[in-house]
Design a protein around this ligand. Structure first.
Ligand code: MIC
Ligand code: SF4
Length: 646
């Protein structure tokens, strides 16, 4: 059968399994990336595997999330990560060098390769023809150790792009349009592959904006072909020799195809509090705003900043608006310094932040009480900005700058003719904040600050699970609900006992007390439980509090994998109506769990002792995942050496 681009790359990297959808495949991983908020755990996990060097073609450790340094934790973690990288053969991107996905696209991504990253927006590199997948830190640690990455063979969803975007409309509007159509779980179990004439009208950073926010669809990945535009981009990064042409076969068969006519796309935005809550900008135009933030791995490229700088040239930001800008990388920053665009931004009244995730993950710039904040970011989950009462709208850089000028949500097409943007033939790449691994690794001593606590491990699964429903939540609960980030909590990422104190803080401040008092228990979830980030802390911290199983209507891919990796059973209601027959505080029991799993029973029975009823749940675990759950998680499983995973 003629293959899609995704299938071609998977076939080239297949270690075990076949391309048959729904079955488990094991893939060889060429490159990995980690970032500091997930990276310290990934390093501890890699250490536990006992190797003396990474086995990938390339592994890069970025510091971009925790750069606020309000006390010593973050800087201590940076030192740990830097010395760890030097010792184990990993390149190190120092704080200030930029957001991992932007820097990786510029300096490292290679068409046709596989990239596994401990961040859900790793598919950004799909804009350059990479099969890039986000995963929990432990899966990335295993890949760094040369182990395969296992996933259920996804469906391949074709997105045919026709035509060309009109002035003031950009890639962000395209992906918001798709999110509006498909919703935040519309991509679960799918890889989105873009093709068609319209692809040729999009630059690599524009493609990367689209693949980046495929994560918000819940997609496993998103990918564009590698063509002459990809080659031009790689040449501008002095990497043309690594380019190769890649596309799907002419007659490739997709599971489903959606057509998007780029000519018809209008400025779009996502309203609070979900990236899927999409409408046209015109529908809310005129709403007074307080803050505009430009940046994040979605929209912080040279092109994104230049459209803003050119539009602001000779003008002033509205007095009621605080405009903050974080360039995506040092390269972008240096480029706008060199061509004078930074001057235009500063003169117009923009506040310039460092090249990092910053406000996107609540690290500073929390808006005022009840604020309306427009952000070019990818997530507007409740409370993520640091201000629970704030209303966050996700927009394109064009809509952001138009609104910053007028002080109200503004359709950028009102601004008249759009300024031309010329991308440099060659970018600046001093790489002064990028460090190669040590030449004499034996001499490198790993520096561990007091914030880095040992990695907790789970016990093997009990045969008898008994406990209380500690919390019942609705559909689309995000990992930001489960394990919030932000300036107060993010610095504790290397310290599971400390960070566990904040589990479900924004949903129910009593949750942790209850979990401790009851010695753990169960959580009941709705659809798409655990959507959003790859943070394995959303599994590790509940595990630390004694959570035994989550029973939900359905799960988001990465979070489900993280639960399994730490020995928490992800169970789905066989009949979703049973969700209504279980309440917080109910005592539930599952008996003979080990035996039933060992016998490959796909169903388990849950006894609700409080309500006096029983209902069935399914686990959908492959044989390998059953072994992992029985062992109490992936590290236990690997260490027992029941099967050679590395
Ligand atoms: C996010 O955007 O939510 C993050 C912070 O980048 C996370 C990773 C993390 O929580 O460390 C992600 O997207 O995976
Ligand atoms: Fe950083 Fe935000 Fe991108 Fe996550 S989504 S990697 S926090 S910029």
């Amino acid at each position: 059968m003629s293959k899609t681009l995704t299938e071609k790359i998977i076939k080239n990297h297949l270690v075990a399994g076949s391309l048959q959808q729904g079955t488990e495949v094991a893939l060889r991983i060429d490159q990995t990336l980690t970032q500091d908020a997930t990276g310290t755990m990934a390093c501890l996990q890699f250490e536990a595997l006992g190797l003396d060097k990474v086995k990938t073609k390339l592994s890069v450790s970025y510091v971009d999330h925790n750069t606020l340094q309000t006390s010593s934790e973050n800087a201590d973690d940076h030192q740990f990560l830097q010395t760890f990288a030097a010792k184990y053969g990993i390149q190190f991107s120092k704080p200030g060098n930029g957001i991992c996905h932007q820097v990786h696209l510029e300096r490292f991504a290679l068409p046709g390769e596989t990239l596994l990253g401990s961040d859900s927006h790793t598919p950004t590199a799909g804009g350059l023809g990479v099969l890039a997948i986000g995963a929990g830190g432990l899966d990335v640690a295993v890949a760094m150790a040369g182990g395969a990455f296992h996933l259920t063979m996804p469906k391949i969803f074709g997105v045919k792009l026709n035509g060309r975007l009109n002035p003031w409309i950009s890639a962000k509007d395209v992906i918001l349009e798709l999110l509006g159509k498909l919703g935040v779980d519309g991509g679960v179990g799918k890889i989105f592959e873009y093709f068609g004439e319209g692809v040729k009208t999009l630059t690599v950073p524009e493609r990367a904006t689209i693949t980046n926010m495929g994560a918000e669809l819940g997609a496993t990945s998103s990918i564009f072909p590698s063509d002459h535009i990809t080659k031009k981009f790689m040449a501008s990064q002095n990497r043309a020799e690594y380019w190769q042409e890649l596309s799907a076969a002419e007659d490739a068969v997709y599971d489903q195809v959606i057509e998007i006519d780029l000519n018809n796309i209008e400025p779009m935005l996502a309203q609070p509090h979900s990236p899927g809550n999409v409408c046209k900008v015109t529908a809310v135009a005129g709403l007074k705003i307080n803050q505009v933030c430009l940046g994040s791995c979605t929209n912080s490229s040279y092109q994104d900043l230049m459209i803003v700088a050119k539009t602001l040239q000779g003008k002033k930001v509205s007095p009621g608006v605080s405009l903050v800008i974080s360039p995506g990388s040092k390269q972008v920053y240096e480029s706008i310094v060199q061509n004078g665009a930074l001057n235009d931004l500063i003169k117009a009244g923009a506040r310039i932040l460092e090249c990092a995730c910053g406000p996107c993950i609540g690290m500073g710039q929390a808006p005022n009480t009840n604020a309306i904040s427009l952000r070019t970011f990818n997530r507007n989950f409740y409370g993520r900005s640091g201000t629970n009462s704030a209303q966050i709208y996700l927009v394109s850089p064009e809509t952001a700058v138009a609104s910053a000028l007028y002080g109200v949500i503004t359709d950028p097409r009102q601004l008249g003719e759009s300024p031309p943007i010329n991308t440099p033939e060659t970018f600046i790449f001093s790489d002064s904040l990028l460090l190669l691994p040590a030449e004499n690794p034996a001499e490198v001593e790993i520096i561990r600050g007091p914030n880095i606590k040992p990695l907790p491990l789970n016990k093997s699964l009990s045969n008898h699970l008994l406990g209380e429903v500690l919390l019942k939540v609705e559909d689309d609960i995000t990992t930001d609900h489960i394990m919030p980030a932000g300036a107060k909590i993010l610095p504790l990422r290397s310290n599971i006992p400390a960070i566990s104190e904040y589990v479900f803080e924004r949903v129910d401040p009593e949750f942790v007390l209850r979990a401790k008092a009851k010695n753990g228990g169960f959580i009941i979830g709705g659809e798409n439980y655990g959507q959003g980030s790859s943070r394995e802390h959303a599994a590790l911290a509940p595990m630390y509090l004694g959570i035994k199983a989550i029973i939900a209507k359905s799960f988001a891919r990465i979070h489900r994998a993280n639960l399994i990796n730490f020995g928490i059973l992800p169970l789905e209601f066989l009949d979703k109506n049973d969700y209504t027959r279980i309440e917080q505080g109910d005592q539930i029991e599952l008996v003979n769990v080990r035996e039933l799993l060992e016998q490959k029973n796909s169903l388990l029975e849950v006894k609700n002792k409080t309500q006096g009823i029983t209902f069935k749940v399914k686990h959908n675990l492959s044989d390998r995942l059953i072994m992992i759950i029985l062992a109490g998680g992936l590290l236990n499983y690997i260490k027992r050496g029941e099967k050679n995973e590395l």
